[in-house]
Design a protein around this ligand. Sequence first.
Ligand SMILES: NC(=O)c1ccc[n+]([C@@H]2O[C@H](COP(=O)([O-])OP(=O)(O)OC[C@H]3O[C@@H](n4cnc5c(N)ncnc54)[C@H](O)[C@@H]3O)[C@@H](O)[C@H]2O)c1
Length: 262
Amino acid sequence: MTSQQHQRAAGKRAFITGAAGGLGSATARMLARQGAKVFLTDIDGDAVATVAADINRQAGEKVAWSAPQDVRDEANWERLLAEAALAMGGLSVLVNNAGIGSLGAIGAIELNEWRRVMGVNVESVMLGCKHAMAYLRDAQPASIVNISSLAAFKVDPDYTAYNTSKAAVAALTKSVAVECARQKIDVRCNSIHPAFIRTGIVKPFFDKLGEEEATRKLVRGIPMHRMGDPDDVAYAVLYLASDESRYVTAAELVIDGGARAV
Ligand SMILES: NC(=O)c1ccc[n+]([C@@H]2O[C@H](COP(=O)([O-])OP(=O)(O)OC[C@H]3O[C@@H](n4cnc5c(N)ncnc54)[C@H](O)[C@@H]3O)[C@@H](O)[C@H]2O)c1
């Protein structure tokens, strides 16, 4: 891209969790291609460092930084947000993307597993929103993008904890959005709800059922009859991170090939 061409995220400084994974790394690459600086974290520190190094190779030095982060650790959130703001010269976008799947219908759920899912998928989002707010307030207009799931609205009963965690993320998102509006600060907060995208999180399903059967099952309820690509989500994050979405807050952006409608 030449410097004359419009970059949709020019000047944005984004903190992205779970950025070693399928959707997080695609989002990081997308935002960097569109002119943002990106600070990437993941519990897999080596993998996320590789993503950051790759972005810097392509986009130029000091576009991407990385650090290991367990998103359940509050003190680490505070430390890394400060580190990210120092590295990038502020923070205007937070993408709460890290998440885990978990199999279990109500009769089979262990309390420890339930708490693990809520910790990674929900508490982390609360901690991120809470501790990033001071930085985002200083960088208005700013944006929080929380990666929920279609599972917030349409459930497979075999994934009770996951469904519940993603519905909680949608409610948390709206609570943050309305509070920011009430305080008259231009920090928007929206959730994204993808259906099935081929990443690490759906791998166990493919490993269990095999390629053909897993694909057939996953696309069954999707009018467009196919899975999505990581970039389908990354484009949605780009829109919500950029000022193009300046009047959009407390929204639930569904990326699902039509699945919610049927
Ligand atoms: N792929 C899909 O079909 C799909 C659909 C709907 C929603 N989502 C959501 O998208 C988000 C990204 O998932 P993905 O599809 O890229 O899967 P992924 O497994 O490829 O990526 C998830 C990343 O989160 C990281 N992670 C896990 N636990 C962590 C922790 N405690 N702290 C920090 N990082 C941690 C993992 O190391 C991994 O890199 C998740 O929130 C997921 O629930 C995915």
